[in-house]
Design a protein. Structure first.
Length: 108
């Protein structure tokens, strides 16, 4: 019985380690590559008066700057970061049931 428990724990450990190695070593970019990242975006064709006459892309992505987002979204992001500032997961765990209950309430 003890041998079986040991083998199960050993298998779980090997599986977890293999999974983590697979996730963290397969096709992840280096940090310096992220600084130079430029997503594919839409190529637009203009006429001689500056009007768009065509757009071409494999995916319809448009690069947006921070100022392109609505003010309410920027304020919500800032408020969320202010709430998280200096806190850990342990600070939120006691409130988890309350947060789940609030999330499940019907929205109007």
């Amino acid at each position: 019985m003890l041998l079986l428990a040991f083998l199960v724990l050993l298998s779980a450990g090997i599986g977890a380690t293999s999974g983590l190695l697979l996730v963290y070593t397969v096709d992840l970019p280096q940090v310096d590559e992220l600084e130079r990242y430029r997503p594919s975006s839409v190529t637009e064709l203009y006429d001689d008066q500056g009007r768009v006459i065509g757009s071409f892309a494999l995916q319809r992505r448009v690069v947006a700057s921070y100022d392109d987002y609505p003010q309410v979204l920027r304020d919500a992001r800032r408020a969320f970061l202010d709430v998280l500032d200096g806190r850990t997961l342990a600070d939120f765990l006691p409130r988890a049931p309350e947060l789940i209950r609030l999330w499940q309430q019907p929205r109007h």
